[in-house]
Ligand binder design. Structure first.
Ligand code: NAP
Length: 310
C-alpha cells in the first residue's frame, strides 16, 4: 500500500508532490489525460512569482516535475475511473481495471476546457478547425483569419498569442465588456490584428465539402442579427469544468462540480485522509500560484494526518 497517492500533475499536484517527497512520504503521482496540467497549453506565464521575464507554461511545469522527482516522487500515467473511500484504506481503480491502495490521497485533477454546445463544434474538433488550445494549434493557421470565443483572460491570451501567426483574429464576446484583467483587455482591444465582436455569440460551426471548417454562423444578442464569418480556425476559451466526476459520489461538490472542502479548511474533505487542491476545488482564484499554494497545504495536511495514523 502507498503512503500517499496524488492525482494530477498540474501546479497543485506537483507542488503537493514536492512537499510530500521532501517529507520522505515517497508519493506516487498518477498523471491523467493532460500531463503538466493547463499551464502546458499556456504560452507566457507573467504572474508566477520568481520569473520577472515571464516563463512559458510548459517549461514551468517541466521544472516543477524535475523538482518533485529530485526528492523521489514516482509518476505513473493512468486515469482513475472510480474510488472507494469507505474504508481506512483508500482504493482507486483505473480505467484499465488496475487498482491502487493508499493511506492518504490528494486529488488535484484540475479542470478541462468548457465547450459551447453548438452544431459543428464536436464534428470539427481536433484537426478540422475547432480547438481549445492556441498554443498547440495556432501555428496551423498562419496568415489566416481565425475566431476566438470568450471574454476572459484565457480568450484574450489566446487572441494575443494568435497575433504571432494569423492575419486577423475575430474575438467573439457575448457581452459589451471583457471579463479579462484590465491590462490584458487593453492589449486586446488596442491590437491592430484583433477585432472584438461585442454582444456576439457563435450559433454554428460550418463545414466545407471535406468536413473542415469554412465559417461560423454568429448572432448579435442585442439585435438578433445572424451573419456568417469566414474562418478556418475556431478557438474556444470560455472557461473550464472541474475534473471531479469519478469522485462525486464520495466527496461533496457544488452545483458546478467543484469540490467543497470542510468548513475552516481549503483542502480537507469529509473523508479523513483525502484532500483536494487546485482548480478542481477552487472556482474563485484559479491561478497557478493559488493552485500551488493549495498543493502545499494539502501535502502538509496529509503529512500531519499520516503522522497521527502511525
Ligand atoms: P473565465 O474568466 O470564467 O471567462 C470565461 C469567459 O467565457 C467569460 O468572458 C464568459 O462570458 C465567456 N463564456 C462563458 N460561457 C460562455 C458561453 N457558453 N458562450 C460564450 N461565452 C461564454 O475563464 P478563463 O478566461 O478561462 O479564466 C479562468 C481563470 O484563469 C481566471 O481567474 C483568469 O483570471 C485566470 N487566467 C489568468 C491568466 C493570466 O493571468 N495569464 C490567463 C488565463 C486565465 P461572461 O464574461 O459574459 O461571463
Amino acid at each position: 500500500m502507498e503512503n500517499i497517492i496524488i492525482l494530477g500533475t498540474g501546479c497543485a499536484g506537483l507542488t503537493a508532490a514536492i512537499y510530500a517527497s521532501r517529507a520522505n512520504l515517497n508519493p506516487l503521482v498518477l498523471e491523467g489525460a493532460q500531463p503538466g496540467g493547463q499551464l502546458t497549453t499556456t504560452s507566457e506565464v507573467e504572474n508566477f512569482p520568481g520569473w520577472p521575464e515571464g516563463i512559458d507554461g510548459y517549461s514551468l511545469m517541466e521544472k516543477l516535475r524535475k523538482q518533485a522527482e529530485k526528492f523521489g516522487t514516482r509518476t505513473e500515467y493512468v486515469r482513475i475511473a472510480s474510488v472507494d473511500f469507505s474504508g481506512e484504506t483508500k482504493v482507486l481503480t483505473a480505467e484499465d481495471g488496475k487498482t491502487f491502495e493508499a493511506k492518504a490521497v490528494i486529488i488535484a485533477t484540475g479542470a478541462s476546457p468548457r465547450l459551447i454546445g453548438i452544431p459543428g463544434e464536436k464534428e470539427m474538433f481536433g484537426g478540422k478547425g475547432v480547438t481549445t488550445c492556441a498554443t498547440c494549434d495556432g501555428a496551423f493557421y498562419r496568415d489566416m483569419e481565425v475566431i476566438v470565443v470568450g471574454g476572459g483572460d484565457s480568450a484574450c491570451e489566446e487572441a494575443m498569442f494568435l497575433t504571432h501567426f494569423c492575419s486577423k483574429i475575430h474575438l467573439l464576446h457575448r457581452r459589451d465588456e471583457l471579463r479579462a484583467s484590465p491590462i490584458m483587455a487593453n492589449r486586446v482591444v488596442s491590437h491592430e490584428k484583433i477585432e472584438v465582436h461585442w454582444d456576439t455569440v457563435p450559433t454554428e460551426v460550418l463545414a466545407d465539402e471535406e468536413g473542415n471548417m469554412r465559417a461560423a454562423s454568429i448572432r448579435n444578442v442585442k439585435s438578433g442579427e445572424i451573419t456568417e464569418l469566414e474562418s478556418k480556425g475556431f478557438f474556444i476559451a470560455i472557461g473550464h469544468i472541474p475534473n471531479t466526476a469519478p469522485f462525486a459520489k464520495e466527496l461533496a461538490t457544488d452545483e458546478n462540480g467543484y469540490f467543497v472542502p470542510e468548513t475552516g479548511s481549503q483542502v480537507k474533505t469529509k473523508v479523513p485522509g483525502v484532500f483536494v487542491a487546485g482548480d478542481c476545488a477552487d472556482h474563485v482564484f484559479r491561478q497557478a500560484i493559488t493552485a500551488a499554494g493549495m498543493g502545499c497545504q494539502s501535502a502538509i495536511e496529509a503529512e500531519r494526518w499520516l503522522a497521527e495514523l502511525a
